[in-house]
Design a protein around this ligand. Structure first.
Ligand code: DX5
Ligand code: ZN
Length: 215
C-alpha cells in the first residue's frame, strides 16, 4: 500500500479548513506542503503562517517541500510552524549533509528533492543519511503539469542504490501523479505518491485518495 501525500497547492485556498477536514477523514497519511520563493522556482506559493494553521487543523504528517534558496536559514522556523518532514532541494544546498543533520537535530525527518535533470547517482554516497528522496517528476514550480516518463528509470536506479546500501530511505514521487501512472510507480519502487490535481480536482477526493493508495 502506497503512502499518499495530497498536495495543498491544488486545494481551494479560500477554504483550507475544508481541505484539512477532508484529508483528516481520508486514507492519506501525509499532507504535502509546497513552499516556493520565486527565486529557486519561478512561482510563489505560501509560507510559514499557512503551515502553522494547517498544523493546527490536520492530524496527518506535515511533509514540507521547500523550493527555496538557502533553506538552511529556515529550518528552525519550519519546525516551529509544525513540519514533521522537511525536504530541501539538492540543487539549493551547497552543504547538503550539514543541512540534513540540522534538520534531524530539530527532530524532523530529512528529505532531499531532486529535479528531473539531476542524476540520482549524486545521492549514492549519502543515501543512508536521507529519510525521504523526493524525485521530481515535473520541473518544480507549478501544479497540474504532465508527468515526465523518464522518472521510472530514476526510481528503479534509486531503489537499487537504497537496497545496496541497506538504507531505509523512502522514495517519494512529486508531480503529475495520476490514477493511471500510480501503479507503475509503485512497481518501480516508489513508497510515497504526492498528488495535487488528481486529488483536489477529483469529483470525489476521498475516493481518489483511496484509489491511489490501493496500488
Ligand atoms: C510542483 C509541486 C508539486 C505539485 C504536484 O512544484 O512540488 O507538489 O503540487 O501537483 P500535481 O499533482 O498537480 O502535479
Ligand atoms: Zn512538492
Amino acid at each position: 500500500m502506497a503512502i499518499i501525500a495530497p498536495s495543498l497547492l491544488a486545494a481551494d485556498f479560500l477554504h483550507l479548513g475544508k481541505a484539512c477536514d477532508m484529508l483528516n477523514e481520508s486514507e492519506a497519511a501525509w499532507f504535502h506542503l509546497d513552499v516556493m520563493d520565486g527565486s529557486f522556482v519561478p512561482n510563489i506559493s505560501f509560507g510559514l503562517p499557512i503551515i502553522e494553521q494547517i498544523r493546527k487543523a490536520t492530524t496527518k504528517i506535515c511533509d514540507v517541500h521547500l523550493m527555496i534558496v538557502q533553506p538552511e536559514k529556515y529550518i528552525e522556523a519550519f519546525k516551529k510552524a509544525g513540519a514533521d518532514i522537511l525536504t530541501v532541494h539538492y540543487e539549493a544546498c551547497p552543504n547538503l549533509l550539514e543541512t540534513l543533520s540540522q534538520i534531524k537535530a530539530q527532530g524532523m525527518k530529512a528529505g532531499v528533492a531532486i529535479n528531473p535533470d539531476t542524476d540520482v547517482q549524486v545521492l549514492n554516497d549519502i543515501i543512508t543519511e536521507i529519510d525521504v528522496v523526493c524525485v521530481m517528476s515535473v520541473f518544480p514550480g507549478f501544479g497540474g503539469q504532465k508527468f515526465i516518463e523518464h522518472t521510472y528509470e530514476k526510481v528503479a536506479a534509486l531503489k537499487n542504490s537504497i537496497q545496496l546500501k541497506g538504507a531505509h530511505t523512502l522514495i517519494e514521487i512529486d508531480g503529475g501523479v495520476t490514477e493511471q501512472n500510480a501503479h507503475a510507480l509503485i512497481l518501480a519502487g516508489a513508497d510515497v505518491l504526492v498528488a495535487g490535481t488528481t486529488v483536489f480536482k477529483a469529483p470525489d477526493p476521498l475516493k481518489s485518495i483511496a484509489q491511489l493508495r490501493s496500488f
